[in-house]
Design a binder for this molecule. Structure first.
Ligand SMILES: [Zn+2]
Length: 229
């Protein structure tokens, strides 16, 4: 997996997770959140039997996500807290905890790890091109179609710095991707045109040489006319 992918948005999410982790478990500056603290935050029992929610105030650490909400379930014996982190694209990342009398732990079978689930699309490199989010077989098929010039209309990202092309599957959000070869975060959105990528490099070179030879012949003919034999 290339470490270049999935940064940007992902690191904002990671910052939010780190913040929640320090809130729940404490850090150098303050102790972790207790069950009693949580009850006070959500207004239990004054506001009823629950579940009760509390939205964390905006802060610098949370600037990369839409919201972080704590849900308190006072009547559930195995699950007391759900942390919901909503990212900028509206996806919700849930983590579940129970209070063991001392600290927060993950209920059996639950997901409590306070790290963002990495959703890096799988990347396949074929020649100079990268194929993102495709199964290996599909990537190879697409690569062949691109090489044969049968893939016009296919969208891709072009790195203006190193000229790497990144083809991406429909499930991949191309925004925020960085060049897998040089790390350049500014990629150009391109659509494969019919003529592009059709030529074998050797064939293209031969055509260039023929054109050059024609130009020289024309120039020679012109000079002969002008200067005489
Ligand atoms: Zn590049």
């Amino acid at each position: 997996m290339n470490p270049g992918f999935g940064q940007g948005q992902g690191s904002d999410l990671a910052a939010a997770f780190r913040y929640v982790e320090s809130l729940l478990f404490g850090d150098m500056e303050r102790p972790g959140l207790t069950l009693y603290d949580l009850e006070r935050l959500v207004g239990y029992p004054a506001k009823g039997e629950g579940p009760l929610a509390y939205t964390l105030p905006r802060s610098k650490s949370l600037s990369g996500v839409q919201a972080v909400r704590l849900y308190y379930y006072p009547k559930d014996p195995v699950l007391q807290l759900i942390v919901e982190i909503e990212d900028l694209e509206g996806r919700k990342h849930l983590r579940r905890f129970r209070w063991n009398g001392f600290t927060w732990e993950t209920p059996e079978g639950g997901q409590g790890e306070l790290k963002p689930t990495r959703e890096d699309p799988a990347s396949v490199q074929v020649g100079e091109d990268f194929f993102l989010g495709f199964p290996q077989e599909e990537a190879l098929e697409l690569e062949e179609a691109v090489r044969k010039g049968e893939a016009s209309g296919v969208k891709y990202l072009l790195c203006p710095r190193c000229h790497t092309r990144v083809f991406y599957a429909p499930s991949v959000r191309p925004g925020g991707l960085v060049c897998p070869r040089c790390g350049n975060p500014t990629l150009l959105f391109k659509t494969l045109s019919a003529a592009e990528g059709t030529k074998d490099p050797l064939e293209a070179l031969a055509e260039e040489q023929r054109a050059l030879r024609r130009a020289i012949e024309e120039l020679t003919a012109y000079l002969k006319r002008k200067l005489g034999p």
